[in-house]
Design a protein around this ligand. Structure first.
Ligand SMILES: [Zn+2]
Length: 191
């Protein structure tokens, strides 16, 4: 096959050279609710064509490669006093796989235990291209299922206004869970 980034022949969807250069993460930080850091690994424009594969057949492979170069590296270096849970925001599988579950799975480490299906949206309103007001009027209404750890890392692929992550933080808070940070592939405001 050909590398999606440079079009040279490659054994995977993105060749090893492009993974080392173009998929080397550059950590970007913003905050939600005034104090919770949201880290993203790539400027939006740098990986936009890759993010757009989300609902196609190659999406699973692309997200696996992105996760390997970003989330997995983060988990390998990150240490913390307690063992924490990581949750994908709405990890329903819409096209045969769940892209947030792929990212979340790659966080597995001695400090992080990924859980699946613990935070699922009961409303599937499409947020893409919608204003902050519309997003706030149409919350995801997350359904929460219990787990042991008290502290949580939230995982999503793209942060836009932050309203979905904020809603997830609030639902978890109502169940006695504390979100210590959020991880996303890309921040749509960081182009
Ligand atoms: Zn390449």
């Amino acid at each position: 096959m050909r590398c999606m980034m440079c079009e040279r022949f490659s054994l995977s969807h993105i060749c090893s050279t492009c993974q080392k250069t173009l998929l080397a993460p550059t950590l970007h930080k913003r905050k939600i609710l005034g104090s919770i850091p949201v880290y993203s690994f790539y400027p939006y424009d740098a990986i936009e064509p890759l993010l757009l594969t989300k609902h196609t057949d190659v999406g699973f492979y692309i997200y696996t490669l992105l996760a390997k170069n970003s989330f997995r590296e983060f988990a390998r270096e990150w240490s913390y006093e307690n063992r924490v849970a990581s949750l994908g925001v709405d990890d329903h599988s819409k096209s045969g796989y769940s892209h947030t579950a792929v990212l979340n799975r790659s966080l597995k480490s001695s400090a992080i235990k990924p859980y699946f299906g613990k935070l699922r949206a009961t409303e599937q309103y499409k947020y893409a291209g919608k204003s902050v007001e519309e997003r706030l009027l149409n919350p995801r209404k997350f359904q929460f299922l219990p787990f042991k750890e008290e502290e949580v890392i939230l995982v999503d692929d793209i942060v836009t206004t932050g309203s979905t992550l904020t809603e997830a933080v609030e639902i978890l808070g109502m169940h006695g869970k504390k979100v210590i940070l959020c991880l996303t592939l890309s921040d749509a405001e960081n182009r």
